[in-house]
Design a protein around this ligand. Structure first.
Ligand code: SF4
Ligand code: SF4
Length: 381
């Protein structure tokens, strides 16, 4: 059966406009009532990467959370909200993002993802079991609320990537280390999506992030809300809207190789806008963007590998020496300087960009290695 994906225009975060767009996105699927029944406990999983105000587009906007929560309550559900930020408490992040006001207004229960459990991954390609938070599994309905952003390692972070939030706190960096490279990390994300399966996904693509996301990119109005019961179908359609195909988007390429439902255009039916009508022109991708088939084989080592990779550089001017990057680095590659900034030991750095992702000051820039720059110029990477 064809998977529905709604593409709805939303001009601003005016509460009425967002509520009407969210409602319109669910209409072709039978409305929120098709997903939530009277008395059910419903968990919303927004993107709560770090505590930043909504206008910098790092986290899911409070008005998206409000509109979805209101729809759930109207359908008779009891609303909860949870995530496991890599650094900082969920309470402080909710307050900095403005979501705390929505939580208070609508009496939403807050559920920090704390308890890791090891679960088997049926059909897992790389990992036969993974350690994820127990909390999302305790609810009747899971609604995924990702933000449309670029991602230095994965190119884009949409619905499937947002499920990585179910890995508890700092152990996220450990999984980067275990995955080692971007293709295996894409496989890990797909394995997580085999275990954590949202009933509904609603993407906040009203104010998106382009450039060097997910924490240090630039806000860009794309005026879209995308909804689907399938995280993969939502990602595939959104990537097409941005003009990104599987030749660049590793996760989509790996999903197609694995025959995952929703990863091909023939698996889906779009409602609302067509992909052409929704198309976002000249969406700026991270400087690390490269072809999906450009994973380096293990025999390429040392300086050649470094030269073919992108790596992080700390900006002395912007760095406030908070230490978050050094704390999260899974291979202890960062040595901070007293006066700000620091050095990255490229001989051990695995280019996971966890450091850049959580830097609160946009003080870490991804830089391409010399050979990678040359190959890009020649059009072979
Ligand atoms: S680079 Fe960013 S995360 Fe690292 S110490 Fe400086 S401000 Fe903190
Ligand atoms: S320095 Fe940054 S990119 Fe390199 S391994 Fe550490 S966290 Fe990952």
């Amino acid at each position: 059966m064809s998977i529905p994906v709604s593409l709805i225009r939303c001009g601003s975060y005016d509460p009425e406009a967002v509520w009407s767009a969210v409602r319109a996105s669910l209409e072709p699927m039978g409305g929120m009532g098709a997903f939530v029944k009277q008395g059910q406990r419903v968990l919303l999983k927004p993107n709560l990467l770090i505590g930043k105000p909504p206008e910098v587009a790092v986290t899911t906007h409070p008005e998206i959370v409000r509109a979805v929560a209101m729809e759930v309550q109207e359908a008779g559900g009891k609303v909860f909200l949870g995530d496991s930020p890599a650094l900082g408490s969920i309470t402080s992040i909710l307050s900095k993002t403005g979501i705390d006001k929505v939580v208070e207004d609508l009496e939403i229960g807050v559920v920090p993802f704390r308890n890791p459990v090891t679960v088997p991954v049926p059909g897992g390609t790389v990992f036969k079991s993974i350690e994820i938070s127990d909390e999302p599994r305790k609810f009747d309905v899971l609604i995924n609320l990702p933000k449309l952003k670029t991602h230095t390692l994965m190119l884009l972070t949409l619905a499937v990537k947002n499920l990585f939030g179910s890995v508890v706190g700092v152990s996220k960096a450990g999984w980067h280390f275990r995955a080692k490279n971007d293709s295996r990390f894409a496989d890990l994300l797909l394995d997580i999506s085999r275990v954590v399966k949202p009933d509904l996904n609603i993407l906040d693509g009203v104010l998106a992030m382009e450039g060097n996301g997910p924490g240090s990119g630039d806000p860009r109005w794309t005026h879209l809300i995308v909804a689907s019961p399938s995280a993969m179908a939502l990602d595939q359609v959104t990537a097409s809207v941005l003009g990104v195909g599987p030749d660049m988007f590793m996760m989509l390429a790996r999903a197609r190789e694995q025959g995952i439902e929703g990863s091909l255009p023939e698996h889906i039916t779009t409602f609302g806008l067509s992909i052409k009508e929704a198309a976002v022109r000249n969406f700026r991708l991270p400087v690390t963007a490269k072809k999906a088939d450009f994973s380096l084989p293990p025999f390429i080592k040392g300086r050649i590998r470094q030269s073919l990779s992108a790596y992080p550089v700390l900006n002395t001017e912007r760095c406030i020496t908070c230490g978050a990057c050094a704390d999260i680095c899974p291979v202890n590659a960062i040595v901070l300087h007293d006066g700000g900034g620091g050095d990255v030991d490229r001989s051990v750095c695995i280019s996971c960009f966890c450091c850049q992702e959580i830097c609160p000051e946009r003080a870490i820039d991804p830089v391409e290695g010399r050979m990678l720059r040359v190959m890009k110029k020649l059009g072979v990477a």
